[in-house]
Design a protein around this ligand. Structure first.
Ligand code: 5GP
Ligand code: ZN
Length: 110
């Protein structure tokens, strides 16, 4: 999608601090980190959110396997928080499915 910031990162039209990728997914650091480790994981195809991903036949197994491999690569396996916001009311500001992997010495509660 041409006006989507995460599609622009996937297409390398916008710079990002890339952490990992495979055929389907890309992981990069959040530009405004809210924790010592704050990585975003996106599918390379444009999908609005988790509900749309699953409705279009996307694999939650493959996606979550990639997410956990990113956490392991960041040396935070066993001590991270995983969040995906679905819809503006939940706080989604970029309408391209993404998981936040957050980790650090003292994550705030919510
Ligand atoms: P949301 O609020 O949609 O769950 O999270 C969107 C996240 O994307 C925010 O944490 C925000 O800091 C991050 N973000 C927005 N624009 C960019 C960008 O251009 N590059 C990177 N690396 N992160 C971005
Ligand atoms: Zn997109």
């Amino acid at each position: 999608m041409s006006d989507c910031v995460f599609c622009s990162i996937v297409a390398a039209e916008l710079p990002a601090d890339i952490v990992a990728e495979d055929e389907e997914f890309l992981a990069f650091r959040d530009v405004q980190p809210r924790a010592q480790t704050h990585v975003l994981i996106v599918p390379k195809v444009h999908v609005d959110d988790l509900d749309a991903w699953l409705a279009s036949g996307g694999s939650s197994d493959r996606m979550l396997a990639f997410v956990t491999s990113v956490a392991a690569g960041e040396q935070v396996a066993g001590r991270y928080r995983l969040i995906t916001n679905v819809g503006e009311d939940a706080g989604q500001t970029v309408a391209h499915l993404h998981w936040h992997v957050l980790a650090g010495p003292r994550l705030p509660g919510f």
